[in-house]
Design a protein around this ligand. Sequence first.
Ligand code: ATP
Ligand code: F6P
Ligand code: MG
Length: 331
Amino acid sequence: MSKIQNYRRGEFMKRIGILTSGGDAPGMNAAVRAVTRTALANGVEVFGIRYGYAGLVAGDIFQMTSATVADKIERGGTFLYSARFPEFAQKEVQLKGIEQLKKHGIEALVVIGGDGSYHGALRLTEHGYNAIGLPGSIDNDIPYTDYTIGFDTACNTAMEAIDKIRDTATSHQRVFVVNVMGRDCGDIALHVGVATGADAIVVPEEEYDIKEIAETLKQGFANGKKHGLVVVAEGVMNAEDFKNELLKYGDFDARANVLAHMQRGGNPTVRDRVLSSKMGAYAVKLLLDGKGGLAVGIENNKLIAHSILDLFDAKHQGDYSLYSLNKDMAK
Ligand SMILES: Nc1ncnc2c1ncn2[C@@H]1O[C@H](COP(=O)(O)OP(=O)(O)OP(=O)(O)O)[C@@H](O)[C@H]1O
Ligand SMILES: O=P(O)(O)OC[C@H]1O[C@](O)(CO)[C@@H](O)[C@@H]1O
Ligand SMILES: [Mg+2]
């Protein structure tokens, strides 16, 4: 792996920085709080960096106290703000970011974000600044972690929205095709589909047969069901297009619905707050141990840290047993 600075625990490390990057996720604030409070408890000063890597390069950096992170654990979004800043893939831009870190005496960084943000963290570590990544993304698309920060909240938000959709679907005996987020990952669709009793779940990781889905829906109505529900991961197909395809195989009264960014907002659930708190504290421990270029994860309820490099060769493994489980229950 890349260069590692060997700070001794608490001895040389005086200041760390923290930023949030990529798509925001509920629980990011709880993670920032955990990092800040844990660092302060270990005698390390903490600097917040606004607007992800864009703010790092621009020098939008401020010292945080315990009070800065008060009243934040329950809030959605990220109070440090986020940004997509593709310029950070360029070495000269990364070096500008490092100049800012040096200017503020910041010796190491915690980055909360997705796979793109991890690339930035790895580059900083390679340039001699230890950076640790925390998986902040609603998509649950990051390898070597069972769950990402924000996934549970997003699933609950989508589930509640679909429960409401079902009220109107039943009243009118309609079929609803609902898009949930997840870009190229079907985890939100799988979990939410099972939790809402969907007739079919469509995810990028599994083959689907639209004719078979139409038959399941028809059978449902024949069995006395008063509504139909198909949960489609956004990466597979737009809900409107999927609905139109479905109508080729069945004479349904159907509607399409895209839940979109509402899934990214809202107060984090207990699970997300606890996960964020554990991961944030662990990231500080790793930095105090002189480690960098690592991504924090949780596997079988145990905190782990993997080289970020390993993550780029791996693919997140979801619980695909949910797919067949749902198929059986939809019959
Ligand atoms: N190859 C790279 N090298 C350095 N920095 C990168 C690289 N790729 C992405 N980044 C930085 O990380 C930021 C976030 O990346 P991206 O937009 O891919 O989101 P993400 O972290 O993967 O989150 P999500 O996919 O969950 O929204 C980018 O805007 C950029 O600043
Ligand atoms: O509109 P934006 O910010 O580009 O993000 C949309 C994407 O972000 C994600 O929510 C991940 O954060 C994806 O599921 C979605 O495709
Ligand atoms: Mg990403």
